[in-house]
Design a protein around this ligand. Sequence first.
Ligand SMILES: [Zn+2]
Length: 97
Amino acid sequence: MEHIIAEKHRGTTEPENLALACPYCNRAKGTDLGSIDPETGRLTPFFNPRTQKWSDHFQLNRAEIKPLTAEGRVTVAILQFNQSERLEERNRLISPG
Ligand SMILES: [Zn+2]
């Protein structure tokens, strides 16, 4: 269970600011709130699983998570969703169905 907006940035320990996160995502995100979108160069917040819908921002293409929006792009990039070992792990989970 992790803070979406870190306590350092005045994020609260209330359900609307908490999300389950794997150790890889949690480590990669740290206390960041967003990043620079590689397409627009704009400061962009990460996808917020409490206020946004996953399928509006991402698409699963086999094991690869493809971003559909600026929020999706910065989240995929910083949380390293498509790093090779994570793709292998996702493939292992997908193959048995
Ligand atoms: Zn994760």
